[in-house]
Design a binder for this molecule. Structure first.
Ligand code: AMP
Length: 570
C-alpha cells in the first residue's frame, strides 16, 4: 500500500470509529430514556454492547487454525531433527529485561511495549492520581487541609506496604517516602486540631507541589512488567536462571507463541503476532553453528513449500576498536557529507546509530545510501575469516544466499552473522525471518560469557504467504455421521461413536433424534464421508448400515467388520 493509501485507510478507520462511538452514544441515550420510562426494566446499553477484538489483535478460526497447527507441527518435527528442544517462556517479564536486551532507545522498548505495574495497591494508586489531579488554584483555604490529609494517608499506606515488603524497598521508594515525610513535618502543626476549611494555603505552595509531585511519581508499588515483544531475552534469562550452562553445550532451544508490540496495524503487521524462533546458546562460535541454524530455517520453509524465498546474509563484525566501531566512524563521516540529502530520521541516526541509516526504506535516500562504504571491506581479520567460513559452510549445505551489505542490527551485542529471509505475497512487510549472532547478550543480562545465535520467524506472515500461494492442507470433514433413529438406537449410537473415535475416526453424533432426510442433509453439510444408519432394524439385527455419501451406495456390517472396512478405506 502506498503511503497515501495508508493515510486514507487510517482516516477511514478513524471515521468508522467516530461513527461507531456516535451510534453507541445515541443508543445509550435511547436506553437511558427507556430505562426512565420503564422504571429500570430496560437494561443500559453497556450490557448490549458488542465486543470486538482489541485493535491489532484477531481471532484465528477453523479452518485457518489447521494451517497454523500444520506449520507448528512442522516446526516441532524439523527442529527436533536438528536436536532442538522446546522451551516455553512466560508472556510477562520484567520490563527491564527488554530494556537491557532489546535496547531502551529502540522503538520496541520506548514506544511499543504493553507495560504495567504489577501490585495490590490500586487504592494508593488512585489516591496518588487524586493528589496529582488537584488543581493548584483549588488548593486554597480549606482544600489545603484536605491536600495534606491525602498526602498523610498516602504516606501511611506506603509505609505500611513497605514494612510488610509488599511494596518493594527500592531506593526510589525509600527516598520518596522520606521526602513526603519531610514535607508533612513542615506542616505538622497546621492541621492539628483545626477544621480543614480554616487552614490557609501554604505560602510556597507551587514550588512545594512540584516537590510532592516528583516524590509521588517516583513511587513504584510493584514490579514493572511487560508483555513480551520478542522471546530471545526470555530464553537468555531462562538459560541464566536455570544454570543451563551446566548442561552439555551448546544448548539448542526453540519456542512458538504470541508477542506483543503496539505498532500501527496493517497487512502482515499486528499488535499481537506470533513468532517461531530458535536460539543456540553456549559452546563456541564455530561458523558451522551459524550455517546449521540457517540451514534449519530453510529446511523448515522448504518443507512447508513457502514460495519465493530469498535468504540475505551479512557480517557486521564485532565491537572491537579495529572492527565495527572503526567502520561506524567512517560511515558517520561519510553520512555527514551527504546529510542535507537525507530525511530527518536518518539525519538523527547519523549521531545516534549510523548503521540504522542503512535500514532506510525511504525512496529518496536509496541512491545516496548505495554510495556509502560497505562493512565487508572494513572487518577485522578474524571476522573476515569467520564470514568466509560461514559462506563456505552454507555452500556445503546447499543453502542458496545473497549477500546484502545493508543488512544490519543496531545493538552492540549483535555481531558477525546477520540474516533475513523474505517471502512472496506479502507486500511491503515481506520479511518472514530475522536472525543473527549475539555473543554478548547473556553476559549483558548478568550471566556468564556465552555465545549465542538465533532467529525469529513471523508466523502470521508465513501463514499469509502460504495462503497466498494456495499451500493450504486439504480440509478434512467428518469421517462418520451417525444417523440414529428410535430410543433403542441411541445407547447403541453412543457406544459405536466411542468405539470408532477410539480407533481414530472423527465421528459426529447428533444429540437429539433427527428424521432420516434431515440427518443425511446435515451429514453432507459437515462434509462427512459416511453416514452410519442405526434404526430399530439394525439394533435388533446387531448390524450397522454404512452409506457412502459420495455415491449413495450402502452396505451392512457387524461392529468388527465395520471397523475393518473403514480402516481399509482410509
Ligand atoms: P524481529 O523480532 O523484529 O526481528 O522480527 C522477526 C520477525 O517477526 C519479522 O521478520 C516478522 O516476520 C515478524 N514480525 C515482527 N513484528 C511483527 C508484527 N508487528 N506483526 C507481524 N509480524 C511481525
Amino acid at each position: 500500500m502506498s503511503e497515501q493509501d495508508q493515510e486514507k485507510a487510517a482516516k477511514r478507520a478513524q471515521w468508522e470509529e467516530i461513527n461507531r462511538a456516535k451510534a453507541l452514544a445515541k443508543q445509550q441515550q435511547k436506553d437511558a430514556a427507556a430505562a426512565v420510562a420503564t422504571g429500570g426494566a430496560v437494561r443500559p446499553a453497556e450490557t448490549k454492547k458488542q465486543f470486538q477484538a482489541v485493535k491489532g489483535t484477531r481471532d484465528l478460526l477453523p479452518p485457518d487454525t489447521s494451517l497454523w497447527n500444520h506449520v507448528e507441527r512442522t516446526a516441532h518435527e524439523v527442529f527436533g531433527t536438528f536436536g532442538f528442544g522446546e522451551i516455553r517462556v512466560p508472556v510477562l517479564e520484567p520490563t527491564d529485561l527488554f530494556a537491557r536486551a532489546v535496547g531502551g532507545d529502540t522503538d520496541i522498548v520506548s514506544k511499543e511495549m504493553y507495560t504495567f505495574e504489577d501490585h495490590d495497591f490500586a487504592h494508593l494508586e488512585r489516591l496518588r492520581a487524586q493528589i496529582l489531579g488537584l488543581e493548584f488554584d483549588l488548593v486554597e483555604a480549606g482544600n489545603f487541609g484536605m491536600f495534606l490529609t491525602y498526602i498523610e494517608k498516602f504516606t501511611d499506606g506506603l509505609r505500611r506496604g513497605m514494612e510488610k515488603k509488599a511494596i518493594p524497598l527500592t531506593l526510589g521508594n525509600i527516598l520518596a517516602q522520606k521526602d513526603l515525610d519531610d514535607y508533612l513535618s513542615r506542616f505538622e502543626n497546621v492541621t492539628k486540631g483545626r477544621p480543614n476549611e480554616t487552614i490557609l494555603r501554604a505560602p510556597n505552595f507551587d514550588a512545594d507541589f512540584t516537590f510532592v509531585q516528583q516524590a509521588l511519581s517516583r513511587v513504584k508499588f510493584g514490579e514493572v512488567i511487560s508483555l513480551r515483544p520478542e522471546a530471545t531475552a526470555s530464553v537468555c534469562r531462562a538459560y541464566i536462571e536455570h544454570n543451563l550452562n551446566q548442561q552439555p553445550q551448546p544448548v539448542k532451544l526453540y519456542y512458538t507463541g504470541p508477542m506483543f508490540r503496539r505498532e500501527r496495524p496493517q497487512k502482515g503487521r499486528y499488535r499481537q503476532f506470533y513468532q517461531i524462533g530458535a536460539e543456540v546458546l553456549g559452546g563456541n562460535e564455530a561458523p558451522a553453528i551459524d550455517a546449521e541454524v540457517i540451514e534449519m530455517v530453510m529446511t523448515f520453509f522448504d518443507k512447508l513449500e513457502l514460495p519465493g524465498l530469498e535468504l540475505n546474509i551479512n557480517s557486521i563484525g564485532h565491537n572491537a576498536p579495529d572492527c565495527r566501531p572503526k567502520y561506524v566512524e567512517l560511515l558517520r563521516t561519510e553520512l555527514h557529507k551527504v546529510k542535507d540529502q537525507l530525511g530527518p530520521d536518518s539525519q538523527r541516526r547519523i549521531e545516534t546509530n549510523p548503521l540504522r541509516v542503512l535500514d532506510s526504506k525511504l525512496e529518496s535516500e536509496q541512491a545516496i545510501i548505495a554510495t556509502l562504504p560497505h562493512i565487508a571491506d572494513h572487518l577485522c581479520d578474524a571476522c573476515n575469516t569467520d564470514y568466509a567460513d560461514v559462506k563456505n559452510q552454507l555452500q556445503l549445505r546447499g543453502v542458496i544466499y545473497h549477500e546484502n551489505w545493508r543488512l544490519v542490527r543496531g545493538l552492540d551485542y549483535y555481531m558477525r552473522t546477520t540474516f533475513e529471509i523474505t517471502a512472496k505475497g506479502l507486500g511491503s512487510q515481506n520479511a518472514v525471518c530475522g536472525g543473527g549472532r549475539y555473543d554478548g547478550l547473556v553476559e549483558l543480562l548478568g550471566g556468564p560469557q556465552t555465545k549465542g545465535i538465533g532467529f525469529a520467524i513471523g508466523e502470521d506472515r508465513l501463514i499469509l504467504s502460504l495462503q497466498d500461494a494456495g499451500k493450504v492442507p486439504a480440509q478434512r470433514g467428518r469421517d462418520i455421521y451417525i444417523a440414529w433413529m428410535g430410543e433403542h438406537a441411541y445407547p447403541e449410537a453412543v457406544r459405536i461413536a466411542k468405539f470408532l473415535r477410539t480407533a481414530g475416526f472423527s465421528v459426529e453424533l447428533p444429540p437429539t433424534e433427527q428424521k432420516f432426510g434431515k440427518a443425511l442433509e446435515r451429514a453432507a453439510r459437515l462434509d462427512s464421508r459416511y453416514a452410519l444408519i442405526l434404526g430399530d432394524n439394525e439394533v435388533s439385527e446387531g448390524m450397522f448400515t454404512l452409506k457412502t455419501l459420495a455415491d449413495g451406495s450402502q452396505e451392512k456390517f457387524t461392529g468388527p467388520d465395520l471397523l475393518e472396512f473403514l480402516k481399509g478405506h482410509q
